[in-house]
Design a protein around this ligand. Structure first.
Ligand SMILES: [Zn+2]
Ligand SMILES: [Zn+2]
Ligand SMILES: [Zn+2]
Ligand SMILES: [Zn+2]
Ligand SMILES: [Zn+2]
Ligand SMILES: [Zn+2]
Length: 576
């Protein structure tokens, strides 16, 4: 926290500073102009009016008559002191707004989990520790396969265990190691049980957005009618209304976060975390600590007044893929700057290559004598190689929008783009599930690179895999690779980073930077300084990550790598 003093109490901020941040010059503004009632400037501790009120520097939201009263109030205020507030409007419902400037990496939120359970689509897992199970032990009371006695008597398992016991018939699970739809009703049953067992948590959950209306007519709703609503009514004989069960299913779909554990993935619902707005270029980064609290940090510097945003879909994917996922699973259409920009902020992660004009693509940008501000004469115009022959949708917000070449304006049919892209996507999936090797990945890129932009999400994901394979696959270890192959590895890694720089939170970037192995680049000693600084940055950024999360493990590795590098630098005599 900026300006935190001894004892952890934030600095006191004078009224004039806040007024200036609001755009008023010193002394000009009154409490009224700050859109607040005069009383709200009263001391939170003694309610008295002060001529020079001071604001808590942690949240910029509460006022004190003196430093002494701020310090006295701190133990109480500490828990609610956050650099953001909850706002609300008709269009968006509730959302989070920064109440002061926030710097990159700053901790915004540690949100305790309201409820958690197995993912909607999951294989058979233990209902206490969520490790995959094989059926060798079953809960003696309900029949669900678990690890052992300790797990079957765990508190978390009580709701579904009791519901099954009350129904009088034990569960028989016979499908292991593949998707098992019996687990779809666990989370809803757990939430329903909270109505009586924890009215407080129940109220918080019921206050969350369910998108019930939008969800009603979807395929998802039709499926859960059979796998959840019917099971709760007919198998478990619980008398909850269909409407309530559907509201809960909507709350889960809309708000649950996926939590990655070492052996499986589960989901959890969080009260404040749910209010993070979606964006395909989020300004926050989320992770989970060992107690599964949701931990949210600033992924960029955030200005006072900006909304706090998180990405609820895969960020390295095409606009069409992101929109489809958000619409079918979260029931909304994204209107973020990236989605509304045909070039996706110059990343071209959905773009194709023009079949008409690329043959004539110049090798280098044509230099002209044209001076700045001079009228373009058409012929002499400088050729922009970064957008040359790139085909993008004219209106990315419409799935049926025609596509057009940015250079020669040749049209491409939206249907054609969709068909070709799904053929490529299927092939990429096949490649991922089979034998991903340097040879296969390069062949894939060879085949599709003439049709798709080098930053297309599908190509980028293959390149991400490839950058690991160069350096680890047998025959392609750092010692085996030829200089040409090493350069290839480095150039792919840089392509990925260029895109990550624009759309991914700094944490993701640090991960990919570290994993790609471009950092301890053994070949280019001249890159050592740059690499050292990158690695330092990675280690710093990843040090925020709890060790239980994959990113936290990377952080530990990055630190280790940093130590090796410092040793290497010393031995090589570099940097004096
Ligand atoms: Zn006071
Ligand atoms: Zn505060
Ligand atoms: Zn277990
Ligand atoms: Zn049980
Ligand atoms: Zn978007
Ligand atoms: Zn063209």
């Amino acid at each position: 926290m900026p300006g935190t003093t001894a004892g952890g109490v934030p600095e006191a901020v004078p009224l004039s500073v806040i007024q200036e941040a609001e755009g008023f010059s010193n002394g000009e503004a009154s409490a009224e102009a700050l859109k607040t009632t005069p009383e709200s400037l009263n001391c939170k501790e003694c309610r008295s009016v002060s001529k020079s009120p001071r604001c808590c520097g942690g949240c910029w939201q509460v006022w004190y008559c003196s430093r002494a009263h701020q310090v006295a109030a701190w133990p109480k205020h500490q828990r609610e002191c956050k650099p953001f507030k909850i706002s609300q409007n008709a269009e968006m419902g509730r959302f989070l707004v920064a109440t002061r400037d926030i710097s990159l990496g700053e901790l915004l939120l540690e949100d305790p989990v309201l409820t958690m359970g197995p993912k909607t689509i999951t294989e058979a897992v233990c209902l206490a520790c969520y490790r995959p199970v094989d059926g060798s032990f079953s809960c003696p009371d309900c029949g669900f396969p678990m690890c052992d006695r300790d797990c079957s008597s765990a508190e978390a398992h009580v709701p579904e265990c009791k519901a099954v016991q009350d129904s009088g018939i034990k569960v028989k699970v016979s499908v292991f190691g593949e998707i098992n739809c019996m687990y779809e009703c666990i989370m809803p049953v757990r939430i329903l049980a909270l109505r009586d067992s924890s009215p407080n948590v129940w109220r918080k959950l019921m206050g969350l957005e369910s998108n019930a209306e939008q969800r009603e007519s979807t395929e998802v709703a039709a499926i859960t009618q059979r796998t959840v609503v019917d099971i709760i009514h007919n198998r478990l004989c619980l008398e909850y209304s269909e409407e309530l069960i559907n509201q809960i299913l909507g709350i889960i779909d809309t708000n649950a976060f996926e939590i990655r554990l070492p052996d499986s993935s589960i989901m959890g619902v969080y009260a404040t975390g749910s209010l993070l707005e979606h964006s395909c270029i989020p300004n926050t980064h989320r992770t989970f600590d060992a107690d599964l609290n949701l931990v949210v940090r600033a992924a960029f510097d955030i200005k006072r007044g900006q909304h706090l945003m998180s990405c609820y879909t895969e960020s390295i994917s095409t606009t069409a893929t992101r929109q489809e996922h958000l619409l079918t699973s979260k029931f909304f259409t994204c209107k973020c700057v990236r989605c509304l920009d045909p070039t996706e902020l110059g990343t071209f992660t959905s773009a194709m290559i023009c079949p008409s004009c690329t043959k004539n693509k110049p090798k280098v940008a044509k230099k002209t004598d044209k001076k700045k501000g001079e009228k373009s004469t058409g012929k002499e115009e400088e050729v922009d190689l970064t957008t040359y022959g790139v085909v993008v949708p004219k209106d990315p917000s419409s799935p049926s929008s025609p596509w057009e070449c940015l250079t020669c304006k040749s049209p491409l049919d939206a249907d054609y783009v969709t068909r070709m892209t799904s053929v490529m996507t299927e092939e990429a999936e096949e490649l991922e599930n089979s034998n991903q090797s340097v040879k296969n990945c390069e062949a894939f890129l060879d085949k599709w690179s003439s049709m798709y932009h080098q930053n297309h999400a599908v190509l980028l994901n293959i390149k991400y895999a490839l950058v690991h394979l160069y350096g680890s696959e047998k025959g392609y270890t750092l010692h085996d690779m030829s200089p040409v192959e090493l350069l290839r590895k480095e150039s792919i890694a840089r392509q990925i980073l260029k895109v990550a720089d624009i759309i991914c939170p700094v944490f993701y970037k640090a991960c990919s930077m570290f994993q790609s192995g471009i950092i301890p680049n053994e070949m280019a000693k001249k890159l050592a300084q740059e690499a050292y600084e990158c690695l330092l940055e990675c280690a710093k950024v990843l040090s925020f990550e709890p060790p239980v999360q994959p990113e936290g493990q990377l952080g530990i590795e990055a630190k280790e790598e940093l130590r090796n590098m410092i040793k290497w630098i010393k031995e090589e005599g570099w940097r004096g």
